[in-house]
Design a protein. Structure first.
Length: 601
């Protein structure tokens, strides 16, 4: 009769277990554990032998690898080796043997303290699990104390810098005795013209250099739609460094600027002349702070400008000498994803002064996009800029269906239309839009030889004087200002939108997805059809490369499940509800805009 391997045992319930003895030399790495014991979860001898052989091979390979590293007395096994060894340890939730000590349950504080100690041990000994030599215990305690403000996951990057600072302080105690003492900086050979330059002038110098370099694809001057934002960041950087000339910035000043960047107030203005005080830019309230994405972008720009200043010999401080922690994701009411409109919001929007009631006396202008953009947004879920940039030629008859053709232009074309996903899509025009006279309005724009469908009142955000004829906000800037901005924005004036509530004209996109999502859950619509309407990129391989997508008939069928707003149902037509009501104001506004911004078809 064949004997079972020594690592295969059977308990009194008839279940097979795997057992292997940990080599003596490795037990100190594993808190003194002597053996590994794992259930094989079977009473079949054949299956138990197969599983036990796999465990035996894995454990023995791990033991041999760690033993070989120790024998060679190298820097020590890596974190990956240590992690893999721990992964092979028994499942502590399973039943343990009677003679095996029970692992104590640690509190969160104790677990974090162990993690911190392990990282310090790794730094000072070169390996996890090795005890710190007694002569370095004092240094280890100093590192643990100095690293207390940082998260355990940040210690791998932070500890080497803290160790260098402690060692330098111990080597030169007199130079570091007085608080605020700085390391002597090497002499800088900067251009005397730059002696009073702040970070804003350094940014301007870098921008000018990038413009002059026509052979490179890199550089901020060659990226459309970003110079205005980069100019704002440069002003913010200058305020963060308290408008000091770069030549006067110490390492401590640089560190303070990076730390302060995390506390920038959302929407705060940063001015060079007159100079904005630093305190006016910052806040300690997380709900009022700028979002993590914009802060991360600012930190990246600061590093770039600091490196350029070092290139100009205006500073000797390197970016890698500073402690710049990653910005944690912030969740607050200013989520960029926005929120959908409620049914009450929708009724309020389409019952406001644009659509019904007397025309406000303080409104001296009126444009067709006021009436049409909310309706198109409601019935298509399209992005604001996708609607604002439509050409009259983008309204087409396809397969017997009148459709919106949301498509992009050649990127090199002036004032090019853009689609976020980069792929064109066709969305059927909802019957309610046709009933309200949308196709008649399109035809009137064509008859007037207008290229843009909503060009009356909208303009492309002015291109910059830098050789680039694009801007990422495209045609949507004017529309967003009219609908969203306080105090006179339409959504604000009718009480639908308040600052930081996540609502804007873009919320119609979320409204459509919410309405159709409810029908999807009821089994009436497929999710791929909703994505085809809104222009979300396919998530699966088949969707990206093989599926032709929802048909126009399927899309129109899905749009039929949209919530029927009573306010929209009350509307008669564009002519009755808007053109006739605004009358001469509308006529003069269109004529004045076309004269100032002629755009023939």
């Amino acid at each position: 009769m064949q004997r079972n391997p020594s690592y295969l045992t059977l308990n009194r319930h008839g279940t097979f277990y795997f057992r292997i003895v940990i080599p003596q030399r490795l037990r100190s790495l594993l808190n003194g554990r002597r053996e590994v014991r794992r259930t094989l979860k079977t009473d079949s001898l054949t299956l138990a032998r197969r599983r036990a052989r796999q465990y035996a091979a894995r454990y023995q390979a791990a033991f041999d690898r760690v033993t070989n590293v120790i024998d060679r007395d190298e820097l020590g096994f890596s974190e990956d080796d240590y992690t893999e060894l721990l992964d092979l340890m028994p499942d502590f939730s399973s039943q343990t043997s009677a003679d095996q000590p029970v692992e104590p349950i640690l509190s969160n504080y104790q677990i974090e303290a162990r993690q911190r100690r392990r990282e310090v041990e790794r730094l000072l000994t070169g390996a996890y699990g090795r005890p710190v030599p007694s002569e370095q215990e004092s240094l280890a305690q100093q590192l643990l104390e100095l690293s207390r403000p940082y998260m355990p996951t940040e210690l791998r990057a932070v500890l080497p810098k803290l160790r260098d600072e402690v060692v330098l302080r111990n080597l030169n105690p007199t130079k570091h005795a007085e608080r605020g003492a700085e390391e002597p900086r090497p002499s800088l050979k900067h251009d005397p013209v730059m002696v009073d330059w702040t970070l804003y002038e350094v940014w301007q110098h870098q921008l000018k250099r990038d413009k002059a370099d026509k052979s490179s694809k890199g550089g901020q001057a060659n990226h459309g739609g970003t110079q205005e934002e980069r100019d704002r960041r440069a002003r913010v950087m200058t305020v963060l460094t308290e408008h000091k000339p770069v030549i006067q910035l110490s390492k401590r000043d640089w560190q303070a600027a990076y730390d302060a960047a995390r506390k920038i107030r959302s929407g705060a203005d940063a001015s060079i002349a007159p100079p904005t005080p630093l305190a006016q830019l910052l806040t300690d309230d997380p709900e009022q702070m700028t979002g993590h994405e914009r802060v991360s972008a600012l930190l990246a720009s600061m590093k770039q400008i600091q490196n350029h200043a070092r290139h100009l010999d205006l500073t000797s401080t390197r970016v890698d000498e500073l402690i710049i922690k990653p910005v944690q994701k912030r969740q607050n009411d200013r989520s960029r994803d926005g929120v959908p409109f409620s049914s009450e919001d929708v009724d309020a929007i389409f019952s406001g002064f644009i659509y019904q009631g007397p025309v406000p006396s303080d409104r001296t202008k009126a444009y067709p996009f006021w009436f049409w953009m909310p309706l198109v947004g409601y019935f298509t879920g399209a992005r604001t800029n996708e609607i604002a940039q439509l050409d009259t030629t983008d309204i087409k008859l396809i397969g017997g269906y009148s459709c919106f053709d949301f498509c992009a232009d050649d990127p090199k074309a002036p004032e090019a239309k853009r689609i976020k996903t980069g792929e064109a899509r066709q969305v059927p025009i909802h019957p309610r839009l046709i009933e309200l006279g949308f196709l008649e309005y399109v035809e009137s724009q064509r008859h007037a030889q207008q290229k843009k469908l909503f060009g009356d009142g909208l303009t492309y955000l002015p291109s910059r004087d830098d050789g680039t004829d694009h801007n990422k906000e495209g045609w949507a800037k004017t529309a967003g200002k009219f609908f969203n901005e306080k105090p006179k924005g339409y959504l604000v004036s009718i009480g639908v939108h308040e600052p930081h509530d996540g609502k804007s004209l873009y919320s119609f996109r979320h409204t459509l997805e919410t309405n159709l999502g409810n029908s999807k859950r009821d089994g009436h619509i497929h999710e791929d059809t909703i994505d085809a309407i809104t222009g979300h990129a396919p998530q699966t391989i088949s969707g990206k490369h093989y599926d032709a997508g929802a048909t126009l008939e399927q899309k129109l069928h899905a749009l039929g499940y949209l919530h029927k707003s009573p306010a929209i149902e009350k509307l008669v037509s564009y002519q009755v509800n808007f053109a006739d009501r605004f009358g001469e104001i509308l006529t003069k506004s269109i004529a004045g805009h076309r004269k100032k911004h002629p755009r023939p078809i």
